[in-house]
Ligand binder design. Structure first.
Ligand code: SAM
Length: 224
């Protein structure tokens, strides 16, 4: 399948599945292209710049709270060589993403049903990823607790946010506790309507203590 065929098929599958379940509020073809596909692809240059490998072949990416597959699926379509894990706590969304992976014939991609707080404690997931990303999942301190434990030291967390999102200072304590440092912040405008977007790039500078993330629900109830 070509890249274009994959995006068309993905768009069609979103619109079809949305008739029988609440997958995404964005269902117009053009809106899917801009707010889901283009927005997701905004992190590709960041992956290339910071993965530190010079090539995509051995780069492992985890997308936490992927929902209908964002940003992970568009990124995987464009960067076929990446190894991509997509995680969500809602089983039906994960079933959809696995259907997409099968239909689009994407290899080295898998969707997993579970919570970040639980999977981050499993040996085969902990500190093994080069890149973690999340779009529209939680506030920055909460996201840091979800995502940093998955990263190798030297790995990169890419937080995708709206333009008016919280101050980076609100995550300072979480970053110190979990071993992260903000290394970049990118602001841009998406599409002809110029939706404001912001990407925060965090580097993992030291290993995360075994007690983090705290048990499921705790990071969101009581952010660090
Ligand atoms: N990232 C997608 C996007 O931008 O379209 C979905 C965003 S949706 C607002 C947030 C998603 O995060 C939901 O699908 C929810 O099930 C998932 N989620 C929230 N907390 C989670 C956690 N602790 N572990 C895994 N998934 C989580």
């Amino acid at each position: 399948m070509t890249t274009e065929e994959r995006f068309d098929k993905f768009s069609e599958m979103i619109r079809e599945r949305n008739k029988v379940m609440n997958l995404t509020s964005i269902v117009d073809v053009h809106e899917i292209e801009v707010k889901h596909f283009e927005d997701s692809l905004s992190i590709v240059p960041i992956i290339d710049k910071y993965s530190g490998k010079g090539e995509r072949t051995s780069v492992r990416v985890i997308d936490i709270g992927t929902g209908a597959g964002f940003p992970g699926i568009p990124v995987k379509i464009v960067c076929e060589d990446l190894e991509v894990t997509l995680m969500d706590s809602v089983g039906k969304k994960v079933d959809f993403v696995n259907d997409v992976i099968r239909e689009l014939k994407l290899d080295k991609a898998v969707a997993i049903h579970g919570r970040a707080e639980d999977y981050a404690h499993k040996t085969e997931f902990r500190e093994v990823y080069d890149i973690a990303t999340a779009r529209a999942v939680a506030a920055l301190p909460v996201l840091c607790e979800y995502c940093l434990p998955f990263l190798k030291v030297g790995g990169i967390f890419i937080a995708m946010k709206g333009g008016e999102s919280e101050d980076i200072g609100s995550a300072q304590k979480a970053l110190e506790i979990l071993g992260g440092e903000v290394i970049d912040e990118i602001r841009f405008e998406l599409g002809e309507d110029k939706f404001k977007r912001r990407i925060i790039v965090v580097k993992k500078v030291k290993t995360t203590l075994a007690k983090y993330p705290r048990k499921a629900g705790k990071p969101a109830q009581n952010p660090l």
